[in-house]
Write a protein that binds this ligand. Sequence first.
Ligand code: SF4
Length: 518
Amino acid sequence: MSAPQRPSEAPIIHPELKAQDDPDAIVRGGRRLDHAEGTSKPLRTQPPEKQPRGAKIHGNRPIDQAEAAARFIAAPEHEKMHDERLWDLRQKRDREMHGIDEWEELRSLASAIKEHTLTHLDEYLDQFEANARSNGIHVHWARDAAEHNRIVHGILDDHGAKSLIKSKSMLTEECGFRPYMASVGIEVIETDLGERIQQLDNEDPSHIVVPAVHKLRTDVAEVFAKTIGTDPGNSDVHYLAESQREATRPLILAADAGMTGANFVVAETGAFVVCTNEGNADLSANVPKLHIASIGIEKIIPRLDDLAVFIRLLSRSSLGSPITQYTSHFRGPRAGGEMHVVLVDNGRAERLGLAEFWTSLKCIRCGACMNTCPVYRRSGGLSYGATYSGPIGLIIDPTFNARKYSNLPFASTLNGSCSDVCPVKINIHEQIYAWRRELVKRHEVPFAKRAAMKAAGELLSRPAAYRAAIAAAAVALAHLPRFVIYNGLNAWGRGREVPHPPRQTFHAWHEANRRGKT
Ligand code: SF4
């Protein structure tokens, strides 16, 4: 007779998952699909809304973020879903933050550690290099994107590698790494699900943490139907994820080399740390024998003890979860393997010398500023036409190309919410404002905008003229034909209605009621 099963060995099934009384339950193979899968009931019967595409890129011409944002807003299902998903992340972040009494101290400490490290960057990079080499890691230095790509290509060539599995890395996006690899005949396979969706759709990531957050699952179904042959009418998330896994897993297992980025690099140990929720960095690092890590030089922190501060802040700020599912430490090659680290500058040293903007290098790429930004949430990350979108993008992108990204610092309400949520206390909204001034100084702002701002400045500095203008505007607004305000030349009037002017201005009311009384 078999021994009775002890309670600890019995499978624990939540009553809801048994689906006994739920008429809406979806049951497969005798098992109710769990929470995420259960959301896969069809959204609608009519054809799905088409996914709006990102900004149009014309060489070095300024990106028209407003035009791309208008197309995103004109797709109501996408705009609503995007806004709600990101606001949900912001709320989860707030709940986590309220659970930690010392949250503000942690932010201050993280900021201080980063500022200390950045002001001693050369020393800590040297320390990391020496320790990494003694751990058996090959360390390379790349001045820019082109050198990074050449170095990685050289390593792959030395090993005869023709395919590379890669975990999500914004640095490699910055370097144009995938197009470069395609041009030299090396296949790159993304291991992060969102990034793989974007790769198959030939699109850049739209968010630094959740790269395909702008897509409805019907968009994903369309991409997979075209690229891996799934049923175009089936947008069940379980089906889509499983199909993608089945299509990609053989490529991962057969890859010649693996690549990761790094969230943190520890100078005192010569090790680096990668945080993911899918464990995909571990696939890239552990399946092939050759592991290459591409790392921006600003990712360095002095000590292992410092890591705890950032680990407590990172996932809480980005996804509102206490910690990422995987926090993987890499200290050297595994037995029989080879590990290379490529430390990349690509404009960072120059940014460090910019008095008003150097603290943007503290960024730990959590995405919290994007999740909270009202402009980002309603316009989608691809509308920025740049590697980095949202508030952090507004202050980093112009350091790469001030002309091309000259419109971006104006895509902000300057409400300061981005600075409030930033775990490393970057004064993001002040830097956005500083970039506006800088771009005017560099003549990178269109003449019409400069002239309008100059005229507004003159008017606002002369109280009498300002009051006269307000009175004239009130009369004009009441009597002028509509097309005078709502025309193609007035960007402000697109999507906005000017409110009816009040019968009495605040100044007139104050004169009549409060003068001499306060
Ligand atoms: S600027 Fe701050 S909030 Fe934004 S991604 Fe970087 S660390 Fe996160």
